[in-house]
Design a protein. Structure first.
Length: 296
């Protein structure tokens, strides 16, 4: 995969990114992590997305251990990680409810912990995982700028920020936000209606699409909309000689978006990568878009 710029101010990344957001505590096996990392690197995916909470707060450490054991050069991979969302877990007995924290103290503690867990000196892109309405945004912005100036963090991003939230943080930050992770797939096209995609493009960024296959629902759900979308995708299989999942991802790629892969299915990862060989026609793209809006 040829590396591309994430934004006009951001780093080069692989055009597909692997994220660990669907990994739970039961997924944290060395062999499974090694297998996924090996497959991604073989397919040209060198960009990996983490968060402090993934895998019951343990995913970063396992990834760091595996990468070190494989002897992968740090400069050959791109690492995202994030903080802000705090969730209850047995390892966090003091956390009784899901909440958000983007205070200066929490960010600094999280960054240092992520660096230690990932066994690296720097994070390529550090993201705020949702916006915490209780934090002092001025202090948050100062902290993010200081982390960037220190070299611990190379770039700043956000997760699922609305247009207004994106604008609000930008007004304090004074340095570029290089990515906004938004949910985008054929079962969820709300980013067209709420202005997220338009604003992301206005800021010269590529949309980064989380749950590009709707967490497997496009392939597996028999619910009305999912089933109808799957049938529409399957109708294009002979034309493009590709799996219907590849066609679903090709629909996202047509927007210039980058899919954030979350599946642990190796075949599904391969289907996603094969989508880069496809170029949907304009009419086919719109036919799928109309189907996603219930106009079949």
């Amino acid at each position: 995969m040829k590396k591309i710029y994430l934004s006009d101010a951001g780093p080069k990344v692989s055009p597909a990114i692997y994220g660990f957001y669907r990994w739970g505590s039961n997924d944290l096996e060395v062999k499974k992590m090694e297998s996924i990392i090996n497959l991604c690197l073989e397919l040209g995916i060198n960009t990996f997305d983490h968060a402090d909470i993934y895998g019951g707060y343990r995913c970063e450490k396992l990834f760091g251990d595996v990468i070190k054991s494989k002897g992968v050069k740090r400069e050959d991979i791109v690492l995202f990680t994030k903080c802000g969302l705090v969730v209850p877990h047995l390892s966090k007995p003091d956390v009784r409810v899901k909440y958000y924290d983007t205070s200066s103290e929490h960010i600094l503690k999280s960054v240092d912990n992520s660096l230690r867990q990932l066994q690296t000196d720097y994070i390529d892109i550090f993201l705020l995982n949702e916006l915490d309405p209780l934090s002092n945004l001025e202090e948050t912005a100062v902290t993010l700028r200081q982390l960037r100036e220190s070299g611990k963090v190379k770039n700043i991003g956000v997760v699922n920020f609305s247009v207004f939230q994106h604008q609000l943080l930008s007004s304090y930050l004074k340095i570029p936000i290089v990515t906004n992770h938004i949910e985008l797939n054929l079962l969820n096209t709300s980013a067209f209606d709420n202005g997220q995609i338009d604003y992301i493009k206005q800021k010269y960024m590529r949309p980064l699409a989380t749950s590009p296959l709707a967490e497997g629902l496009i392939a597996e759900s028999n619910a009305g909309k999912a089933s109808l979308i799957r049938k529409k995708l399957e109708s294009f299989v002979p034309k493009y000689n590709a799996h219907f999942e590849s066609i679903a991802i090709a629909w996202i790629l047509k927007l210039g978006a980058l899919p954030l892969i979350g599946t642990t299915s190796e075949q599904r990862i391969k289907n996603i990568v094969k989508s880069f060989d496809l170029d949907l026609s304009r009419q086919d793209w719109y036919e799928l878009y109309e189907a996603s809006r219930g106009n079949i």
